[in-house]
Write a protein that binds this ligand. Structure first.
Ligand code: ATP
Ligand code: MN
Length: 494
């Protein structure tokens, strides 16, 4: 089994213990095979890095039958001497002494050939697309970001809490839910009034897949101080957008004794730190994606081209402070903006609206040209658990608007909302009153309210959609391209 990952081999090539002269075995999948008069060149990739190793055989060295089976996509084990490369583009190569073919890939049938495939086509072969440079780069970056997230929280004294995936509470109201049931689909048991009798279901009640681990996360924070969740999250929202998945991964830190300001500071430091980690640890993959984006930009109209390259954009985010302003201030800016005056927004701007992505993008991409944190949203458009502000919002002209809550949304260029969070209402009476106003039965989440009954404390937290972060860091345009097997309306093949 002993073999050297290509990443390790290529890294050593430039170091003091250069492998040149030694014999090594490499294993991987053929990217390309090229034959010249004197030699055969095989570019082999094992997924450890975006770089291939070039394997070289002399013309006539390999039997014709063997050579024929070495095609793009086939899997090989190659043993040979590591030598300095004669060609440009790589420092070392391997001189083939022995080849073992593990698996062939009939070129008539193997869908990945060495040419540019569209992302739409690659989505149809999601089981094979990790073998492309683009997707292997994305998946390595995704891994690095996941690792950086755990590292960040561990370094900062947070505990990783696993909240349930199957839940009985639909109180969060974050989105439509997927039901979990073992009842007969055709003839479920019914109650006397003709409804499905969930008391006969597996859990003895109606259950769903979680839309957020926050409520349980709060229970953790009220015992461990600082916790975070990082798990699968499900929303049956029938929105076919480039920013929504039906199954995605969410990171939800929750901190006792944090107020809104602390929450914002944490969110900003956290995203910057994990992006910095990716820049430091995924240099090759990011350079590849940066270049890919530049090539793609060349095919676009001038006004649609990005102002910054991918790497420049990432540097820009980690080197600049996020702009912080209230929802009310943002509304003022939007009302007096050019697109509002020219009637170019599809949705009218006025205090109280839920900001649409066109508004968020104007603020981030046109007005501030920086990531933005918006706070103190109207109470009516946010979840019941957010801490209520004392005073209603007022305009600079003294107009009095409605009540607000200590919410915060972090908006990113090209992405829109990447983080949604808030300080939580820790006062039992206010919380219960608000639940009754919006029609949530307090008894249904008696356990959640117990945190306010026993040893309540100020606390805050937020949710970061992992795929939206990966989308931003990789510069991809569609969220379905940053998760190995996307789940979206009518999409669950693999
Ligand atoms: P949006 O308005 O973009 O649908 P949301 O307000 O529903 O987002 P929250 O309920 O606050 O989002 O969830 C927290 C975070 O989870 C969001 O900031 C986003 O990064 C991510 N997120 C939410 N819904 C999805 C989804 N369907 N697919 C991928 N990520 C999502
Ligand atoms: Mn949503």
């Amino acid at each position: 089994m002993s073999y050297l990952p290509i990443k390790q081999l290529l890294k050593a090539a430039t170091g003091v213990d250069s492998p040149v002269g030694s014999t090594a075995t490499v294993k991987g999948w053929v990217r390309t095979k090229r034959e010249s008069k004197n030699a055969v060149f095989i570019a082999l990739n094992d997924g450890s890095t975006i770089q291939n190793i070039q394997a070289v055989a002399e013309a006539g060295q390999l039997p014709e039958v063997t050579l024929k089976l070495i095609t793009t996509g086939s899997c090989l084990s190659i043993t040979g001497q590591i030598v300095e490369s004669q060609g440009s583009g790589q420092a070392i190569e391997i001189k083939i002494a022995e080849v073992v073919i593990y698996g062939t890939a009939d070129p008539e049938k193997y869908p990945l050939q060495p040419k540019r495939h569209s992302l739409e086509f690659l989505r149809e072969i999601a089981h094979l697309r990790p073998r492309t440079n683009t997707f292997s780069a994305i998946l390595r970056i995704r891994h690095a970001l996941a690792f950086a997230i755990h590292k960040y929280f561990n370094d900062h004294g947070f505990f990783y809490l696993n909240t349930p995936i199957i839940t009985a509470s639909d109180a969060e109201g974050a989105g439509e839910m997927f039901r979990v049931t073992t009842l007969d689909a055709i003839k479920p048991p019914l109650t006397e009034d003709g409804k499905v009798d969930y008391s006969q279901d597996f859990f003895g009640r109606e259950t769903n897949l979680t839309v957020s681990g926050q409520l349980e996360g709060e229970l953790g924070a009220m015992a461990l101080g600082k916790i975070y969740t990082f798990g699968p999250t499900f929303r049956a929202e029938n929105s076919n957008t480039t920013r929504h998945l039906a199954e995605f991964w969410m990171i939800e830190p929750e901190m006792a004794f944090y107020e809104l300001e602390d929450n914002m500071n944490l969110a900003e430091d956290f995203v910057k730190t994990v992006i910095r980690y990716a820049i430091q640890h995924c240099a090759d993959d990011l350079a590849f994606l940066d270049n890919r984006l530049k090539e793609e930009d060349k095919t676009k109209k001038k006004e649609e081209q990005s102002e910054l390259g991918l790497l420049e954009k990432l540097q820009f985010v980690i080197n600049n402070e996020f702009v912080r302003l209230t929802y009310t201030e943002a509304i003022e800016i939007l009302i007096s903006s050019k697109p509002a005056k020219k009637g170019q927004f599809q949705f009218e701007v006025k205090w109280g609206i839920d900001l649409q992505s066109e508004h968020e993008r104007y603020l981030v991409e046109k007005h501030f040209k920086k990531p933005v944190i918006l706070t103190n949203y109207p109470r009516a458009i946010k979840a019941f658990y957010m801490k209520q502000d004392h005073e209603p919002a007022t305009s600079p002209r003294g107009e009095v608007f409605g009540p607000t809550v200590r919410a915060m949304d972090v908006l990113f260029p090209g992405i829109g909302e990447i983080i949604g969070g808030s300080q939580r209402e820790e006062d039992l009476d206010k919380l219960v009153a608000r639940m009754q106003e919006v029609g949530i039965e307090p008894e249904a989440i008696w356990w959640y309210l117990d945190t306010r009954r026993f040893g309540t404390a100020p606390h805050a937290g937020f949710g970061l959609g992992f795929e939206r972060l990966v989308l931003f860091v990789t510069g991809m345009g569609n969220i379905r391209d940053v998760i190995p097997f996307p789940r979206a309306p009518k999409t669950a093949e693999f």
